[in-house]
Design a protein around this ligand. Structure first.
Ligand SMILES: [Mg+2]
Length: 234
């Protein structure tokens, strides 16, 4: 019998195949702005985007600086002086909202967890409207009990405030659940694992890219495929 009753799932690069979603969203946005795009440009964007979200996690910049700044940096690097970062962000916001490719095993793992009687919540740093669109398109919204989005909570993972706010709602909705019965599942050491750890929750690292644990965080579990979670739940 598992000690857990409730799972908190990260969304991007955990339930969603974010690399694919991002790739297709960027291609479509460039197309709408009359420019073709190469794989090199997409991987450059991806690196810039990661660095901006990491800076937001460290509270060095604001959310708005992430959303527009990443494209401003990209266009400056590429010397695309005719491109308007604000207009492009508006397009990308819409196009990313249409991208909902799931990670291998995501639907199966979440369905199994639900069928086994666990409650399931999503915890995500992201733009609320985008994340809600994508959850609806993928039908993930039908499998979860609730969604916590940093834009709506007003604070990003890994801040313990994010987790405190989410836990308060969960504890009011799921009367018989205690904190030691909650497990955080996510791919990111710096947001999901660090935030869960600092909030005294058990943490399961979805290490799909087989990275080094360079924060040396004492994760309770490490899985390489989402369906591996089942062995923890039985
Ligand atoms: Mg993630």
């Amino acid at each position: 019998m598992s000690k857990y009753k409730c799972l908190l799932w990260d969304l991007d690069d955990t339930l969603f195949d974010f690399k694919k979603c991002e790739h297709d969203g960027i291609v479509e946005s460039f197309r709408k702005h009359g420019k073709s795009v190469t794989e090199d440009v997409i991987s450059l964007y991806s690196k810039i985007n990661d660095s901006y979200w990491k800076r937001l996690e460290r509270q060095e910049i604001t959310r708005q600086e992430v959303l527009v700044g990443r494209f401003r940096s990209l266009f400056e690097t590429l010397m695309y002086y005719d491109m308007d970062a604000v207009a492009f962000q508006n397009t990308y916001h819409i196009e990313l909202g249409k991208q909902a490719t799931l990670m291998d095993g995501a639907w199966e793992a979440l369905s199994a967890s639900r069928d086994m009687g666990f409650c399931n919540y999503v915890i995500t740093n992201g733009v609320a409207q985008t994340q809600k669109n994508r959850m609806r398109l993928s039908h993930l919204d039908e499998l979860v009990d609730g969604v916590f989005i940093s834009e709506e909570l007003g604070v990003e993972k890994p801040s313990p405030v994010f987790f405190t706010k989410a836990l308060k709602t969960i504890e009011s909705e799921q009367k018989d659940i205690t904190r030691d019965q909650i497990l955080v599942v996510g791919d990111s050491l710096t947001s999901d694992m660090l935030g869960g750890y600092q909030s005294n929750l058990d943490i399961c690292w979805f290490n799909v890219r087989k990275r080094e644990n360079d924060l040396a965080l004492p994760v309770n579990y490490e899985i390489f495929h989402l369906m591996d979670i089942i062995t923890i739940l039985v």
